[in-house]
Design a binder for this molecule. Structure first.
Ligand code: VGL
Ligand code: ZN
Length: 199
């Protein structure tokens, strides 16, 4: 397992300023990510990709507002503004992202009844996306994660990756956070504890 991959998480218009679930300075990381894309042999992208009636949207839950939570069969789910709807401009990659080199795009959150923060598992923590199998089959044992958002999709992906045995680094300077109720500090602590390298 000597190969290394850069995994670029959800650098999409809806997570950038002007988007439906804008992360502060989400667009500021694009030049650094582009530089990194040039240096890695393997580049993989993830794309948050929801049907219009996705159950993570507050609009699907009468009386609920974005950033409140609901209990789902698989656990507590944070509700979001409608975002990254399949085929919409908001779901497209940021126009400045150098995406053409990517050998794989992993779409996630495409089933209406379940969200998927991690690039490896849906939010039931068990249904696999297939990414671990892809990496293992390609001999990739070491991954570097960048993108949006540090405390949700990046952190969940990193925690799954170490659990699956990948040597995992998160480049914090190439990530930006949503930071909901202290979620950034919480998730940084969990990543440190789990053995994710924070750079
Ligand atoms: C994300 C909330 C909802 C993320 C995706 O990419 O971190 N966060 N969907
Ligand atoms: Zn989403």
């Amino acid at each position: 397992m000597s190969e290394e991959a850069l995994i670029v998480i959800d650098v999409q218009n809806d997570f950038c300023p002007g988007g439906n679930l804008a992360v502060a300075e989400g667009d500021k990381i694009v030049p650094l990510i582009n530089e990194m894309v040039g240096r890695f042999d393997h580049v993989i992208l993830t794309q948050d990709w929801h049907p219009a009636d996705h159950s993570s949207f507050a609009s699907k839950h009468p009386g609920k507002q974005p950033f409140e939570t609901v209990e789902m069969p698989y656990g507590t789910q944070t509700l979001w503004p409608d975002h990254c709807i399949q085929g919409s401009g908001g779901a497209a990659f940021h126009p400045a992202l150098k995406w053409t080199k990517a050998e794989l795009v992993v779409r996630k959150g495409f089933r209406a009844g379940i969200d998927s923060y991690s690039a490896f598992h849906e939010n039931d923590r068990t249904t696999p996306t297939g990414l671990a199998g892809y990496l293992k089959e390609r001999g990739i044992g070491k991954i570097t994660l960048v993108g949006l958002a540090t405390d949700f999709c990046v952190a969940y992906s990193a925690l799954d990756a170490v659990k699956l045995g990948f040597d995992t680094t998160v480049r914090l300077d190439a990530c930006r956070a949503i930071d909901l109720g202290g979620s950034l500090e919480t998730m940084l602590g969990k990543m440190r504890e789990a053995g994710v390298k924070l750079a």
